[in-house]
Design a protein around this ligand. Structure first.
Ligand SMILES: *Cc1c(COP(=O)(O)O)cnc(C)c1O
Length: 373
């Protein structure tokens, strides 16, 4: 991080959920259906810049019907996790990288940027207040959702002049068990997620709203997620729903990882970047090279592509077992998690849970308030 936190957060404690009820929720967290006691909010206006930073009880916003975010879609978000460490500390995974991506989304959407140090300070403020919400079981984690919306009340079709930044948190279900269940991907050749020059590289709300129709189609074809193809030719693989894709190519020289390059139409996943770095440590060569849907199918049929996995913050690494398209379907390998996928997943989780040295300086330790330890 190249800046110093400037915001001072006022703090108002929430009436915490009774410890027993919290324990019940932590024992069986879903994803995004349970929230911790507090939230962080910070306001921005053209005159005052960032101001009114606070940590307070989680509460509903009151929005005027002409709030610009509701009409023109200036909304961006991030998603990252905090993990319980063997020494009782909590640690955020690569928060500065999420700060940088948040700001690049903000620039694309003509929204104000938040200094990286303030973004990280906001995450830490929530984690300090809600440290008891970080589950203590490997695989479980605390998901933080920073986001920003255009908060000005106006119907002018232009960038807003007031914004609201907030962070909420939610305990999250196991990222993956030792052998995560392989997913089935639906190759959509009808819709596109992003086109060159568009917003595909930004984590902005509209990208998701525009993709749900294909997700529905995927579900109708008994698939878990969509694999998106490029807008121009509908041939090149881009990514899968909210995750990036990796292919394991095997030859007499051993396995090699291949992933589509950051062309501007896919989201630059922090998990993707982490895997590119971990692969080096584990001795797997990596290539950021385009791959067509046909080459993927041929590669699988001929045994050149032996594994494929999806990666993202929410589920870490998940193997892809089958691919389905309007033309037919095929299996990747024998349809189960392969050895390279499993090794990368273990290496990633070991780093996150503090069981392996943090060689890349990814973990940011945060001391939190705890009721009891
Ligand atoms: C968030 C996201 C990813 C994964 O990014 P991570 O930083 O690894 O969580 C991939 N694709 C899309 C479309 C996303 O929104």
């Amino acid at each position: 991080m190249n800046d110093v936190a400037a915001l001072e957060f006022t703090r108002q404690s929430a009436q915490p959920l009774p410890a027993e009820r919290r324990a019940e929720l932590l024992a069986m967290p879903g994803f995004g259906d349970t929230y911790s006691d507090h939230m962080v909010t910070v306001r921005w206006s053209a005159e005052q810049g960032w101001h009114d930073a606070s940590v307070g009880p989680l509460a509903a916003f009151s929005l005027h019907p002409a709030t610009m975010a509701l009409h023109y879609g200036q909304t961006i978000f991030e998603g990252l996790k905090a993990f319980w460490r063997p020494n009782g500390q909590r640690a955020l995974f690569r928060p500065a990288d999420h700060a940088r991506r948040f700001n690049s989304s903000a620039r694309r959407m003509a929204m104000p940027t938040l200094p990286e140090a303030d973004f990280v300070a906001a995450l830490e403020a929530l984690l300090r207040a809600d440290g008891d919400w970080v589950p203590r079981v490997r695989g479980h984690s605390f998901y933080l959702r920073p986001f920003m919306i255009a908060a000005e009340t106006h119907l002018g079709n232009r960038p807003a002049e007031d914004y609201l930044f907030a962070v909420i948190g939610s305990p999250a279900r196991p990222a993956s068990s030792a052998t995560p269940k392989p997913i089935r991907l639906w190759a959509d050749t009808e819709h596109i997620r992003a086109a060159p020059g568009g917003t595909g590289a930004a984590k902005c709300g509209g990208n998701y709203g525009g993709s749900f129709i294909a997700q529905r189609q995927a579900a109708a074809n008994d698939c878990d997620q969509v694999v998106w193809l490029d807008a121009r030719e509908r041939r090149y693989i881009e990514e899968a729903g909210g995750s990036n894709l990796f292919f394991v190519e095997s030859s007499v020289h051993g396995p090699r990882l291949r992933t589509p390059p950051l062309s501007g139409t896919l989201l630059a996943g922090v998990t993707r970047d982490s895997i590119l770095q971990l692969a080096g440590t584990l001795g797997y060569p990596v290539a950021e090279e385009p791959l067509t849907l046909d080459d993927w199918e041929q590669g699988c049929l001929e045994g050149r592509i032996t594994e494929t996995f999806a990666c993202g913050t929410a589920r870490a690494i998940v193997p892809v077992g089958q691919v389905v398209s309007a033309q037919g379907q095929w299996s990747v390998g024998d349809g189960t998690a392969g050895p390279v996928t499993s090794r990368l997943l273990e290496a990633l989780l070991d780093t996150q849970y503090g069981l392996a040295p943090d060689d890349f300086g990814w973990m940011r330790l945060v001391d939190t308030d705890l009721e009891e330890d």
